[in-house]
Design a protein around this ligand. Structure first.
Ligand SMILES: [Zn+2]
Length: 346
């Protein structure tokens, strides 16, 4: 059921430059947590390598593999050059001597009296966390280059950005059509990113009798209708449409999803509704819609404006929860200005 006539005609106003920024997980976004540890000055630098070897063997840090054992002395007023990390201090550290902290297998020659130092509790996940962590204690950092590029706004090429803008402009036009019919101005499209083909477009269709027909729910159902399923009767909303993916057209080259075993529903062996697909939506989805996207196995979500009730960055980050059985990437800010004016928060 492709759109009839020029139902999606209309222009999207030019706005300020936009940037698609990744919405990272809570673990990637949180401030660096510090825990107290005991360290000691290395007063005889000739003993350093032996001390590192003996302390590392006697007091391993299996939960903090990111922590380096030695750091340069940060206090210019004190003469020693290096400091050695001994062990974590626990919740009530108090004052300890070397004899209390070190087992007999460690020869304490060359070490000064121990002191407390805050160290990062977990490995840094982003460059910002790495910079914050190493300000306290040197840490290793296995950088995810894709995350770094995304945070710097350099993940997408000009060609990809042009395609993303085109898809979001389409979602904006669908939202404008909803507004013209007295409905909430939230629009969305589902895209096959391999072919860039739009598979469904929909808008918020909520009414007193159908309060759950948010734009995301409508779009997922329309994709399902394109696969010969679906549940909603959206015939009275001409801007809501789907492309069939079951016939010869749906199987055309470049439109076929690459599927892994985990992409298939264990019960019927068929792909989940949105496996491999992207959603472009003018407003950040709510909790219900975000969970529906988890169940539908969406690949990526791009949204324009944040929402106070948003579940993909504002109130929650459901797309990145380790305890859910599907995770997906989320980017905010695509045509943010045009999307914000569509459905401003009151
Ligand atoms: Zn919703």
């Amino acid at each position: 059921m492709e759109p009839r006539g020029n139902l999606e005609a209309g222009s999207v106003e030019l706005g300020p430059p936009w940037q698609a920024l990744p919405v990272l997980s809570e673990q990637q976004s949180e401030a660096v947590e510090l825990v107290p540890a005991f360290a000691a000055p290395v007063l005889d630098p000739r003993q350093t390598s032996r001390l590192v070897r003996e302390v590392s063997a006697a007091l391993p840090l299996p939960s903090q593999p990111h922590l380096k054992r030695v750091r340069p002395n940060p206090d210019a007023q004190r003469p020693h050059a290096l400091e050695l990390l001994l062990c974590l201090a626990g919740p009530r550290p108090g004052t300890r001597t070397l004899a209390e902290l070190l087992p007999p297998t460690v020869d304490a020659r060359g070490l000064g009296p121990p002191f407390l130092a805050p160290v990062p509790a977990r490995p840094p996940l982003t460059r910002a966390q790495f910079e914050a962590a190493r300000a306290h204690w040197p840490s290793t950092f296995h950088e995810d280059k894709q995350v770094t590029r995304a945070l710097a706004g350099r993940l997408f090429s000009a060609q990809e950005r042009a395609r993303m803008q085109g898809h979001m402009e389409r979602a904006v036009r669908v939202a404008q059509q909803a507004a013209a019919r007295g409905l909430r101005a939230v629009g969305a499209v589902v895209v096959d990113p391999i072919s860039s083909r739009v598979l469904a477009a929909g808008h918020d269709c909520c009414s007193d009798t159908s309060p759950l027909l948010h734009a995301t729910m409508v779009c997922i159902d329309l994709v399902a209708q394109g696969q010969g399923c679906g549940a909603y009767d959206l015939g009275t909303h001409p801007a809501c449409w789907f492309a069939s993916t079951t016939g010869p057209q749906g199987a055309r080259p470049g439109a076929v999803r690459k599927l892994e075993r985990e992409d298939l529903d264990g019960e019927d062996g068929l792909p989940y509704v949105c496996t491999g697909y992207d959603l472009y939506i003018t407003r950040e989805p709510c909790v219900m819609c975000a969970m529906a996207l988890v169940h539908a196995r969406i690949r990526r979500v791009f949204y324009g404006s944040p929402s106070p009730d948003g579940a993909l960055g504002t109130r929650f980050r459901l797309h990145a929860r380790p305890d859910l059985n599907h995770r997906f990437q989320v980017f905010r800010g695509v045509l943010e200005h045009q999307c914000c004016v569509l459905d401003p928060d009151t």
